[in-house]
Design a protein around this ligand. Sequence first.
Ligand code: GAL
Length: 507
Amino acid sequence: MKKLFNLTIIAVLLLTLIPVAVSAQGPVTCQEEVVVQKDDWLSKYADKYFGNVFAWPAIMALHNQAAQADPAKFPNKIVNADLIEVGWTICIPTAEEADAFLATYDPNKPEMLYAKGAGGQLVVGSWWTAGGEAEGLAGLFRIYNELYPDVEIVNATVAGGAGTNFKAVLATRLLGGDPPDTFQLHAGLEVETYSPEQYLEPVDDIYASEGLEEVFPPDLLSLLKYKDHYWGVPVNIHRSNVLWYNKAVFEANGLTPPTTFEEFQQVAEALQAAGIQPFVMGTKDGWEAAHVFEDVLAGTLGAEAYKGLWTGETSWTDPKVTEALENFKMMLSYANDDHPALTWDGAGEYLIGGKGGMMIMGDWTDGWFTSKGFSGYGWAPPPGTDGIFVALSDSFALPNNAPNRENAINWLKVVGSKEGQEAFNPQKGSICARTDCDPALFNEYLQSAMVDWSQDAIVPSVVHGAAAVESWLTDYKDIITLFVTSGDVAGTQTALQQACVDAGVCQ
Ligand code: GAL
């Protein structure tokens, strides 16, 4: 009896000496509780305690579990590995725990770095990391969190505009039967890439319960329907064809935005003479030039003929396509040499710094400029596209076997709601997919986009999933990327025609 008593005392003593935090994922032993000092970061701790800078995910994950179990001791969760703040107390796990975690850690599954809330997790996959994009997403998270405070939101973003990198990670996860709970999906033919009948759940029930057919415009609804089902809930409408310009630069040189390709050349010449980079692009991620070219196609062919390119009604051998390539070649001759090193937002810095005159990019640029505190930008339809709205829409989908299905369904309801869309879009630089958002919440550019959306000819963006299947889009992007360096008009036109044949749309 005495022995048992002594053992109990020893056990109690041990328990008070070693801080153990018990969470839903199991107890975490903190070998040390470190208070963050200036210039500390997670990989520095990983090096210090485990002799391995790459062991930082173990600290993030196990600290978050400890914080979930004992919020009084660890009030700060790490939601971004690069952001730990001076004064936070971080739980450093034992080497054994860190090793055990790292043995199963999969960098494609950021949810492993987060704790599980009492209500589980919500793993949201997207490619929104740039300024404006990230703030918009945070707005949606805020609304979700107010409604479901027990759910731990995992921001599973993969950087790379237009989803260049995200889509590859997602494909691996879907194929492996290991999806996030919900993910960003462009409205339109992009859904075909995911073999929806195999990998996704239709979300028709959410449309019915939330009355979504009454609040989205009919054109958008038909873009969203594929094989008689809805596969995503749209959160916005974006415009691909916007020419952004630096207002001060234009005023100083007595210029107005060009409405035709001839005027574009005149304006570009004047900017060049003034020592300003006339036209800026970033082509680092392989889609940006193709994005500009879809707007040049629309501006050269007009709305109907542009649409016909993607349905087979307009031939890619048409002389107007030759003209579009010539127009684009002319524009490229005024572009910055460092475009292959820049992303779309990297290129935008030229405009902010007053070193660049014009840029053609989607209206997420409006959200980005705003997030950078830059208000000296003007906007206009790129040459030839006055009255044409090259449209795309971001939606969220529900994969089969979503690990936290109920949470995902609630997320989709927030995404489709007026409150969710009003929190997201003013920051994102897009307009609501819903027709009942309050225009007063939106800036001047977005209010003008709302007017255009209601009266322009709406045509689908190819680069952002609305007009064509992904395999055709990939060919189209690669061909235009080559064209940027080759400038070979005839060869490019032949290749574009062949891509349409390969897609099964042209003869
Ligand atoms: C588009 C997406 C936008 C924006 C942009 C740049 O494909 O629809 O929401 O994020 O890429 O990343």
